[in-house]
Design a protein around this ligand. Structure first.
Ligand code: GLC
Length: 462
């Protein structure tokens, strides 16, 4: 990356101090080469056990064919909030969103027990179906559960480990569909039948593939990051499901765990290491911790505190609140980088809100510079991942369905990523990034609808 000189004298040192956050093209290509090797290790039966990137096969295979009818629920769990969605499918309405609600998921619940978590979700589901007066119907539900799971079928997914700060006890090793279904039964006031459990990447891919058959990758850049892609069954030793005409299956890479055995140490910095040491899943999800929304703000905060202690920023200021973990949220990066270079008004407002006193215009420019470095590094890391998958799929044109708050809200992430992917893919290949807003939820409802139709067809045959 070209290093633009933005400040005079002291700032030259600031740039030097931050230089390890800058990735060269050589670094990025190396990330892509290692990632490809690690995906291959994950896909191979013999080496999967030791792989960082687990490449879980999913059981989502069939696309909607237009014959799905009725109301379907989706539950999307995997970030700071969870969402419930009701969609209607039918001839006149190919896909109509009926209603949706977002429910906050306080830290207290994210770090409690599985029972508390699933009881809470079941309660919100019940409130939702009562509010929209569908509580008397039997509603098929698609459950987007965005954590690494070993699937044993469309409705059976055992949690392998928690990520993104969740730590609820009694869930790892258990089937999450079963835990949710039990919590729903226990209430005995609603009629909801779980038809499918899927990852958010799969939901995103499915909801876009429904409209765009060239869509072969589902990507999330939100609280966490992950990608799934369409792989040929012949390359997928781990596949033990049925083979149908398509001979393809969706692989949930769980690439957030890339680097967990040390392969990213050549670019990780002390800021990344210090942040990791404070997380409940220390040593895990190291790629994710350089990229996603749960972590970018905290990386910026750590860099700023370091620079302040070195006397390179906030020299005449008090910045006590900035010393507290998680005070600098990732959404601030988006807000600070939004306006043109010479307009630092948002940055000024944000520093004031953070209780920083007496800062200068140059301090604002430095804060913005740090945000840009951290965002750019994240965008380039994801670009390396996406380019690796596009090259692996090796089709003339690949559509990538993308969702996630960081991707949607950040003013430059998309452009930075696209630019870098272009440089990294094989000549002759082309790609398109397609925003799939709320794709993970809608995808789950669609998958539930297909499963429901297939069940009915089966019943009619017998
Ligand atoms: C984390 C989860 C993964 C999910 C991703 C995006 O990496 O482990 O399952 O897809 O976050 O939400």
């Amino acid at each position: 990356m070209e290093s633009v000189k933005v400040f005079e004298d002291a700032a030259a040192t600031l740039e030097e101090k931050c230089s390890n956050l800058i990735l060269s093209n050589k670094d990025i290509k190396r990330v892509s080469t290692i990632l490809l090797k690690e995906i291959e290790i994950g896909l191979c039966k013999e080496t999967n056990k030791i792989a960082d990137i687990k490449c879980y096969p999913t059981y989502v295979r069939n696309l909607p064919n237009g014959k799905e009818k009725g109301k379907f629920l989706a539950l999307d769990l995997g970030g700071t909030n969870f969402r419930v969605l009701l969609i209607q499918l039918g001839e006149a309405t190919p896909e109509k969103e009926f209603a949706s609600r977002e429910f906050p998921l306080p830290d207290l619940i994210r770090n409690s027990s599985g029972e508390v978590l699933f009881d809470h979700i079941a309660e919100c589901l019940a409130l939702f179906v009562k509010e929209f007066k569908v509580d008397k119907e039997i509603l098929p539900l698609g459950f987007t559960f965005s954590f690494p799971c070993r699937q044993e079928g469309l409705t059976k997914a055992k949690l392998v480990q928690w990520t993104k700060g969740f730590t609820c006890s009694g869930v790892v090793g258990h089937d999450v569909a079963d835990l949710l279904q039990k919590a729903i039964h226990k209430r005995d006031d609603v009629n909801i039948k779980i038809m499918a459990v899927l990852n958010d990447t799969t939901g995103t891919l499915m909801s876009s593939a429904y409209k765009q058959p060239d869509c072969k990758i589902g990507l999330i850049i939100g609280t966490g990051t992950n990608a799934c892609y369409v792989e040929k069954v012949e390359n997928m030793e781990l596949w033990d499901g049925e083979s149908d005409n398509s001979n393809q299956c969706i692989v949930n890479t769980e690439w957030g765990a890339f680097g967990d055995s040390g392969s990213l140490e050549f670019i990780r910095t002390n800021f990344d290491r210090a942040l990791d040491s404070t997380t409940p899943n220390c040593g895990k999800q190291l790629y994710e911790k350089m990229i996603s929304g749960k972590y970018l703000g905290e990386i910026v905060r750590r860099v700023l505190v370091y620079l302040a202690k070195e006397g390179l920023i906030f020299n005449n200021s008090s910045y006590v609140r900035l010393l507290e973990a998680d005070t600098f949220k990732t959404k601030l990066l988006s807000e600070i980088e939004e306006k043109p270079e010479n307009d630092l008004s948002d940055c000024k407002r944000i520093l004031e809100e953070l209780g920083i006193t007496n800062f200068s215009q140059e301090d604002c420019a430095k804060v913005r510079y740090v945000c840009q470095l951290v965002s750019k590094r994240a965008a380039f890391m994801v670009a390396a991942g996406v380019a690796t998958l596009i090259n692996k799929i090796n089709e003339k044109h690949t559509v990538v369905a993308v969702d996630g708050t960081l991707y949607r809200k950040h003013p430059h992430f998309r452009h930075l990523m696209a630019q870098k992917i272009k440089q990294l893919i094989r000549p002759g290949l082309t790609f398109e990034l397609m925003l799939s807003e709320d794709g993970s939820g809608r995808g789950a409802a669609l998958v539930a609808a297909v499963a429901d139709r297939m069940d009915r067809e089966e019943t009619n045959r017998n």
